[in-house]
Design a protein around this ligand. Structure first.
Ligand SMILES: Cc1cc2nc3c(=O)[nH]c(=O)nc-3n(C[C@H](O)[C@H](O)[C@H](O)COP(=O)(O)OP(=O)(O)OC[C@H]3O[C@@H](n4cnc5c(N)ncnc54)[C@H](O)[C@@H]3O)c2cc1C
Length: 424
């Protein structure tokens, strides 16, 4: 499938009109007057907005709760690969900051080589704008959005819960909202994930700087990203250009904070960017679930980062958030309709099955690739810069015409690479 992009981003007037609508929704006391919602979604990132949109589009009364005011900053490269594009709501206009046609690969600053493609490889977005637009698409489908609403906990039993078909969602100020089903999409430090009992096997620390640069530096990066295979096991760094700002980041396993900071500083230094003052420097954890981790408890489902759904090797999470969010919204509708606990449990198990058979399988391949990559980054680098089939596989994955799992299924060479993890 070819990339299709909008010719122009939405107008400022369009944004302003929608912001006003959001403000009205946020202040609407109907969001907390004791009525029972069909579905309450916690967190308005890509996962939560996708879930709220799906539930609202099915005609259910849906409330989307977000602790921040939108648009809000999120530490993220904003790389939109094919599967993310394909999971966007119909008619959604991607607010692209750049279109990537070239990748510069390096191995901890050495053996640098740029590969180019006539066709676009993937897109780049600014997350505040992208997430804001996704939340607006959920509102357009009929969901109610309430910002500045931090959820402190959910309760499925006890005095706050009027009956067994209801979940209580308690806000930081003590206000209690009620729903027939709840979707936790509250990101990698998820409270709802803790309630559900999500178990993790991989936690990484991502560090990023947004670096405004002069026009001549921006022109040098336009349409080109950098991927640097890093000095720490399983680590890598990137430069993602977004007009007059470069997003420069690194990711490595948690517990190596000082070395990860040093890696970012070295990367910025050797790219000649140390003289420019970052407008934002931030860090964020990414988390991958264990294969058998729960995705639901009672009438509560989790999706996206809250569920530990993330590609373990690249730490690509937007497509996982959009895809699991939509599934969670669809199954939350069925849980909301469920007449008893047995039916609700059956629907929750169906959700788990849908996630595990698709995203779970992709995570399994990513996990194995990360194991090999952690030990042999040079092998990956050499293949990508010097072996055409590896580059072609990379371009097909980023464009979305196949997945890592698809490559492994069809390529004996890729299977041999995965088998290397068993060798000393
Ligand atoms: C450094 C870094 C770079 C990355 N780069 C990429 C990339 O280029 N491409 C890619 O695909 N993925 C990338 N990822 C992963 C991607 O950012 C995440 O996987 C994705 O944001 C997950 O979306 P989400 O909706 O699950 O969670 P989030 O985007 O984190 O959204 C969660 C939302 O919930 C809200 N919230 C949290 N707690 C509460 C609460 N108690 N009550 C109410 N609201 C709450 C938050 O404010 C937030 O708006 C990167 C991650 C990191 C750390």
């Amino acid at each position: 499938m070819r990339w299709r992009w909008p010719k122009a981003a939405r107008t400022r007037a369009g944004h302003e009109g929608e912001r006003e609508r959001q403000r009205q929704v946020s202040n609407d006391s109907a969001a907390g007057n004791g009525e029972v919602w069909d579905v309450i979604v916690v967190g308005a990132g890509p996962a939560g907005s996708a879930a709220a949109r799906a539930a609202a589009a099915a005609g259910r009364r849906t409330l989307l709760l977000e602790k921040a005011e939108l648009p809000r900053y999120k530490t993220c490269g904003g790389g939109i690969i094919g599967p993310s594009r394909d999971a966007l709501p119909p008619g959604f206009e991607l607010p692209l900051s750049d279109r990537v046609h070239a990748v510069t690969f390096s191995l901890n600053g050495r053996m640098t080589r740029t590969r180019r493609s006539k066709r676009m490889l993937f897109g780049l977005v600014n997350r505040p704008e992208f997430d804001d637009a996704l939340a607006r698409s959920a509102v357009a489908a009929g969901a109610r959005l309430r910002t500045g609403a931090q959820v402190s906990r959910v309760e499925q039993h006890g005095p706050a819960v009027p009956d067994r078909r209801t979940v209580a969602v308690v806000l930081a100020g003590g206000e209690t909202l009620l729903a027939r089903a709840v979707v936790g999409a509250d990101g990698s430090a998820s409270r709802i994930g803790t309630h559900v009992g999500v178990r993790l096997e991989q936690v990484d620390l991502g560090l990023e700087s947004e670096i405004p640069v002069p026009p001549e530096v921006a022109a040098d990066w336009k349409g080109r990203v950098l991927l640097d295979w890093g000095p720490l096991p399983g680590s890598y760094g990137w430069v993602f250009p977004k007009g007059d700002t470069l997003t420069v980041g690194v990711i490595a396993q948690r517990g190596e904070g000082a070395a990860t900071r040093q890696y970012l500083s070295d990367l910025v230094g050797r790219l000649g960017l140390a003289g420019f003052e970052p407008s934002v420097s931030s860090g964020h954890l990414t988390r991958c679930r264990t294969d058998d981790s729960p995705l639901s408890r009672g009438r509560v489902l989790v999706c996206g980062d809250a569920a530990g759904l993330l590609e373990p090797w690249t730490r690509e999470g937007i497509s996982f958030a959009l895809r699991s969010g939509r599934l969670a919204g669809e199954w939350a509708v069925r849980i909301a309709d469920a007449g008893d606990a047995v039916d609700a449990r059956r629907q929750a198990l169906n959700y788990t099955f849908a996630v595990k058979s698709g995203l779970g399988a992709e995570m399994g391949v990513g996990r194995r690739l990360l194991e090999v990559f952690s030990r042999r980054p040079r092998l990956f680098h050499t293949a990508l810069v010097g072996f055409r089939p590896a580059w072609v596989a990379f371009t097909r994955i980023t464009r979305g015409s196949t997945s890592l799992a698809g490559i492994v299924r069809t390529s004996p060479m890729a299977r041999r690479v995965l088998e290397m993890r068993e060798r000393p």
